[in-house]
Ligand binder design. Structure first.
Ligand SMILES: [Fe+2]
Ligand SMILES: [Fe+2]
Length: 292
């Protein structure tokens, strides 16, 4: 059986278009200042372009993108990101879940997240949790993006989405598929209170009960690896650095992970290669095998 190859990147934080004054009468003013002071030096269009070129050269079967395409959720940012996604590939080949910067403040869906609907919807056209089946892989997109207070970068799954995601995991597990959950905020090792997934506990417990083979997340802007002990066995929980980051001002250099997933007897063999920014291009940084 040939392996299914899945690319994972996250947190591109595309360059902030100049906001209009009227758009800054909210929490957005803090985000715009943060962009001017720090983020624009870290998140660079040329780094993201180099990552995309490297990703294309590896020709993965599918791409997972776990949120934070925007910075302060301006309509112009959603439009810019929609154009960037269209250039990246077809909606059937790319699965997106939003991040907290894609719900920085409440935005009318028509000029906000609906712009990316084709990249986020399940195979049935419905919203989150969104199930897409590609070969023997079940991709389950979970939305944690919800407007929060001025100083919060937190997220929320919600009881209804947790229950629906557990149902999808149960169903696809019974079908013998390799279940991959895509989520912006890490559901384990959730980090500082200000940045964490508010209901990480109940969501992680639901994953453990329902079973999952792999959880991919963003938000941390750093490589991380944790584990869930599920009824189906241990499941790795893996985060990547920002796809556009230069290694300056304590930022971790941009990287993306390439997963090769194949059935091995009764288990799934998952091989991971990390491609990281080295100089102006991307090269292998690490390679390891996971057994789910
Ligand atoms: Fe981010
Ligand atoms: Fe984030």
């Amino acid at each position: 059986m040939t392996a299914f190859s899945l690319a994972h990147l996250s947190d591109p934080h595309l360059p902030l278009p100049p906001p209009r004054l009227g758009e800054l009468g909210s929490k957005r003013v803090l985000g715009a200042l943060s962009w001017l002071r720090r983020r624009r030096v870290v998140h660079r269009r040329e780094v993201l372009a180099a990552l995309v070129a490297d990703l294309r050269a590896q020709a993965p079967d599918h791409v997972a993108l776990t949120g934070d395409l925007c910075n302060i959720s301006l309509p112009a940012e959603f439009e810019q990101a929609a154009a960037w996604l269209e250039a990246l590939g077809r909606p059937t080949d790319i699965t997106v879940v939003p991040g907290n910067h894609d719900a920085y403040v409440a935005v009318d869906a028509a000029v906000g997240l609906d712009r990316w609907h084709a990249y986020m919807a399940g195979d049935d056209g419905r919203g989150f949790p969104a199930l897409r089946v590609r070969g023997a892989i079940a991709l389950i997109g979970v939305n944690t993006a919800a407007p929060m207070g001025w100083t919060s970068a937190g997220g929320l799954v919600g009881a209804a989405q947790t229950e629906a995601a557990a149902d999808l995991l149960g169903r696809t597990g019974a079908e013998g598929l390799c279940r991959v959950v895509l989520i912006h905020h890490p559901p384990v090792d959730a980090g500082p209170r200000r940045k964490r997934l508010i209901d990480a506990e109940p969501f992680a417990r639901a994953l453990e009960r329902a079973g999952v083979e792999l959880v991919l997340h963003g938000h941390t802007h750093g490589a991380c690896l944790a584990r869930l002990d599920t009824t189906a066995g241990p499941a790795p929980v893996i985060g990547v650095p920002s796809a556009s980051a230069r290694p300056v001002r304590h930022a971790e250099a941009a990287a993306w992970n390439l997963y090769r997933i194949a059935r091995e007897g009764r288990r799934w063999r998952i091989d991971v290669t990390t491609r990281a920014l080295q100089g102006v291009g991307f090269a292998d940084q690490a390679a390891f095998a996971l057994a789910a």
